[in-house]
Design a protein around this ligand. Structure first.
Ligand SMILES: Nc1ncnc2c1ncn2[C@@H]1O[C@H](COP(=O)(O)OP(=O)(O)OP(=O)(O)O)[C@@H](O)[C@H]1O
Ligand SMILES: [Mg+2]
Length: 236
């Protein structure tokens, strides 16, 4: 009898994802039924107008927010079923995030910013690995600098090193070059794509720049809380 090896399950599988928030302004219906499947190793550019729900979708995929309805499996876990501790473990083990505004801890050096999250997850070699990650992004000479002593591009490279240091299966990037000039942004983006190619990491990249989105083999267009279009392209 032939042995049939089933294909690996997708890294991300979202069905009917809805996200509503309530507040003084009343209920806001942010995501209105998103279906999304992403295979391991894919690079997906997420584009769409301001306010369409891109960052909200990223927050759900990262386990930083919980969907109001729908199912969401990421890296083999049903995120809707996890308690806060399990969600925190999921984020540490499976996800690296790069935000537009860098989000480094201002009172920690570059080295500490990269090492401390690793140390939290019990890695005895956290500082050595963090140093190697910073060297890999060209910041071996800036280990003891605080974020306030680094340029924007350097801060974002620290954030990229932090995102990759635990070798997560998924990198989520939300306009990672939005606060950088064109040349610096290009260098950060090259770094992101180089590391992703090296480690085979799945990448979800939110961007307003069509040229950046075109570096991904697939583009998802979000409009008014829904996926309006999902197109595969040959990578640039
Ligand atoms: N906590 C919140 N409370 C109320 N409304 C919110 C909240 N967070 C987001 N929204 C609204 O949800 C919509 C989607 O926001 P989101 O940040 O996901 O958009 P986006 O596509 O990332 O936009 P941009 O391109 O400007 O970053 C917006 O209209 C926003 O005002
Ligand atoms: Mg956004």
């Amino acid at each position: 009898m032939d042995t049939i090896i089933p294909p690996p399950p997708p890294l991300i599988e979202a069905r009917g994802l809805r996200f509503e928030v309530g507040g003084s302004a009343g209920r806001v219906n942010i995501l209105k039924g998103v279906d999304l499947t992403v295979r391991e190793g894919e690079a997906v550019g997420v584009v769409g107008p301001s306010g369409s729900g891109k960052t909200s979708l990223l927050m759900l995929l990262a386990g930083l927010e919980r969907p109001t309805a729908g199912t969401l499996r990421v890296a083999g876990r049903d995120l809707t079923a996890l308690d806060e501790d399990a969600l925190a473990r999921f984020r540490r083990e499976e996800v690296g995030i790069v935000f537009q505004a860098f989000h480094l801890v201002p009172t920690m050096t570059a080295l500490e910013n990269v090492a401390i999250p690793l140390e939290f997850s019990g890695d005895e070699h956290a500082f050595a690995r963090a140093e190697a990650a910073l060297r890999a992004v060209g910041l071996g000479h800036r280990l003891a600098h605080y974020p306030g002593q680094l340029s924007g591009g350097e801060q974002q490279r620290v954030a990229v090193a932090r995102a990759f240091v635990a070798l997560p299966r998924l990198i989520l990037a939300d306009e990672p070059t939005g606060n950088l000039d064109r040349a610096t942004g290009q260098a950060v983006m090259d770094l992101l794509f180089d590391l992703r190619a090296k480690y085979g990491t799945t990448l979800i990249l939110i961007t307003h720049d069509p040229a950046l989105a075109a570096r991904c083999e697939r583009q998802v267009h979000v409009a008014d809380g829904m996926i309006e279009r999902d197109t595969a392209l040959a990578p640039a």
